[in-house]
Design a protein around this ligand. Structure first.
Ligand code: COS
Length: 384
């Protein structure tokens, strides 16, 4: 695909991807979004529709049986799915998060083992960095991995693992050298059927209820030695480089939810009449709509500029990728809140998707690093 853009100028192929995903999202994902939320159930309909169309993990290179799409196309998929159902957008988003470390640092052997499963859609992947006491301070993790002959043996508990239980492969970060700080952490590809691997109960969350979030328990979990991703001691850097590439994906998710909320609010204010006129004719409402659309467009530009830089593997991605995630998620929280406001009492009910969107999008200010951590990452780059 044409990547000759400085900020973002989408090619015809990118626009075609957007049109194709939008059609699938509206026909096969949107009708189930409320039920998925209401019953906190995994969106199987979305997984089936995305997999059938090849949009479940577009980022996997063709050589591993994937779609071979660039990062911009992948984020268009995430944005368009999030526009109707944020839980469902975590299927392509987390497949990328769970495999990015392999793509960046994995040996040919481990890539050939894991990526075809994700590319074909028979399996999904998750990313296991955080622990209960190692969230923002990710390097403080306690999970250990010790070499034992031809195996690695992992012990510990990882927390907040998105799509845990529905994923088959997990990129797990664990300490291999406790005296080396962040440079004593390594990354591993762990399979759900590995002995000593167990998934905990689902967290009871405010939103993204269709995407299970669980702990994973590693109890003498034994995996072949060649399942290490990169050299021992490089796992923390692989984890942070992964986040450089996937934080714009969270930005795309936030832009998608915000766009979905604006579209619903626009339709409502044209139709809803008060004081004898449609409420969209009132200037106070118009100012809100204009601000919402302006903020979405600004965030979209930043997200796609960061995504394009990631696709080009430019140096120093940390600032722009943290900025895209932070700006877009703060924007989306504001825009979804304003959209609820524009519908008044109706916006506060489950008769409309806006209260769900407002709950769902809150997590974009928290996961893949809180927006406070994003600001820390940005400030460190500025002060270097
Ligand atoms: N890419 C590659 N390497 C990076 C990097 C990046 N973006 N950022 C930092 N590094 C390197 C550093 O250069 C350092 O290497 P050296 O020791 O060789 O110099 C190493 O990684 C450790 O970096 P640092 O000292 O900055 O680590 P900290 O422990 O201070 O942690 C933060 C930095 C807080 C930014 C990091 O822990 C973080 O992002 N936390 C949030 C985690 C998160 O997003 N969790 C959500 C999980 S997904 S739901």
């Amino acid at each position: 695909m044409d990547l000759a853009f400085d900020t973002y100028r989408l090619s015809d192929e990118h626009e075609a991807v957007r049109a194709a995903v939008r059609e699938i999202a509206e026909k096969h994902i949107a009708p189930y979004a409320a039920d998925v939320d209401e019953h906190s159930r995994f969106p199987e309909e979305a997984r089936a529709a995305l997999t059938k169309a090849g949009f479940h993990a577009t980022h996997i290179p063709e050589q591993y049986g994937g779609g071979g799409a660039d990062a911009v196309a992948t984020n268009i998929v995430v944005e368009e799915v999030a526009r109707v159902c944020m839980s469902s957008s975590l299927i392509p988003a987390v497949n990328k998060l769970g495999t990015m470390g392999l793509l960046l640092s994995g040996s040919e052997e481990v890539k050939a083992l894991v990526l075809p499963d994700i590319g074909s859609g028979v399996a999904m992947a998750s990313y296991a960095l955080s622990e209960r006491e190692a969230g923002s301070d990710a390097a403080a993790m306690k999970t250990r991995a010790q070499r034992d002959g031809d195996s690695w043996v992992l012990n510990g508990t990882k927390a907040w693992i998105t799509n845990a239980g529905v994923s088959t492969w997990y990129t797990v970060m664990a300490v291999t050298d406790p005296d080396a700080g962040p440079n004593g952490i390594s990354a591993f590809a762990v399979h759900v059927d590995d002995p000593g691997f167990e998934v905990g109960p689902k967290e009871r969350k405010m939103g993204i209820k269709g995407s299970p979030t669980c702990e994973i328990y590693l109890t003498d979990c034994t995996i072949p030695a060649e399942r290490i991703i990169g050299e021992p001691g490089t796992g923390f850097k692989t984890a942070l480089r992964t986040l450089d590439h996937t934080r714009p994906t969270i930005g795309a998710q936030a832009v998608g939810v915000a766009q979905g909320a604006l579209d619903i609010a626009l339709a409502y204010v044209k139709d809803r009449k008060q004081f004898g006129k449609s409420v969209g004719t009132f200037q106070g409402v118009q100012f809100m709509l204009a601000d919402m659309a302006m903020r979405i467009e600004a965030a979209r530009h930043l997200v796609y500029a960061a995504t394009a830089r990631g696709e080009r593997h430019e140096p120093n991605l940390a600032f722009i990728c943290a900025a895209a995630k932070c700006f877009a998620s703060d924007m989306a929280q504001q825009v979804t809140t304003d959209a609820v406001q524009l519908l008044g009492g109706a916006g506060y009910t489950r008769d409309f998707p806006l209260e769900r969107m407002m709950r769902d999008v809150k997590i974009t200010q928290i996961y893949e690093g809180t927006n406070q951590v994003q600001r820390l990452v940005m400030a460190r780059q500025l002060l270097r």
